[in-house]
Ligand binder design. Structure first.
Ligand SMILES: [Fe+2]
Ligand SMILES: [Fe+2]
Length: 218
């Protein structure tokens, strides 16, 4: 059994016990766990991981804003997506601050085959299902990010990065749940679950081919 990760400084200055990887994974909609070998790789190449991580936060912020742009008549979606974008910008700034302080370069745009392949599965021009797909895509991006952060936490002892990931993991978990809830507002529960199952299986197939680069979704 993997011991729970300890945060370096909890709210009262005391170490706070975080959930173990297994506990977190059990609550995520993922069908393929990331092997520990990926976390060992990412931990050994933290500058590259963090440079990629910064781009992920930036891109999910932009995705949130694009959702608000696609559906201007959906007031709840606009508000939630804008709030998400604002939060992801804060995540981006936190990662950038660490990179800058350490003199580690930002990565800039790069190819994220996992995200591109997943996004290509959105069926366009078939509303209201296109909106559902866009939200389920968001849900899986957040869920996999949460899972990867939690996996990496098992392998690193860099206090600043531990603190970062210990904060961001639960935030991304909250985000996948939000995306899924928004997807289900006007969709029959069973129809949604069946559609999401297709997404989950597709994502798991993609994830099985990963693990060879230190990127967040690499
Ligand atoms: Fe984030
Ligand atoms: Fe997020």
């Amino acid at each position: 059994m993997i011991p729970p990760v300890k945060r370096p400084d909890g709210p009262e200055g005391q170490p706070t016990e975080l959930k173990s990887y297994d506990e977190v994974y059990a609550e995520l909609p993922l069908l393929h766990p990331t092997p520990r070998s990926w976390a060992e790789l990412a931990a050994s190449r933290l500058p590259e991981f963090l440079a990629d991580h910064a781009v992920c936060e930036q891109q999910v912020a932009m995705y949130g804003l694009s959702l608000a742009g696609y559906y201007p008549d959906d007031a709840e979606l606009v508000e939630r997506a804008a709030a998400l974008a604002a939060e992801e910008v804060q995540h981006f700034r936190r990662v950038v601050a660490i990179l800058t302080k350490r003199g580690w370069p930002l990565g800039g745009r790069r190819k994220n085959v996992w995200a591109q392949s997943l996004r290509a599965r959105i069926v366009l021009g078939r509303e209201p299902m296109t909106k559902v797909d866009r939200l389920l895509f968001g849900a899986l991006v957040e869920a996999r990010s949460c899972e990867r952060f939690t996996r990496l936490l098992e392998e690193i002892d860099d206090p600043e990065v531990v603190h970062l990931l210990a904060d961001l993991g639960p935030a991304e978990r909250r985000h996948w749940e939000m995306f899924y809830r928004l997807a289900g507002r006007n969709t029959d529960e069973q129809v949604l679950a069946a559609r999401f199952q297709g997404w989950r299986e597709f994502e798991a197939d993609l994830a099985r081919g990963l693990g060879t680069s230190p990127a967040v979704h690499g």
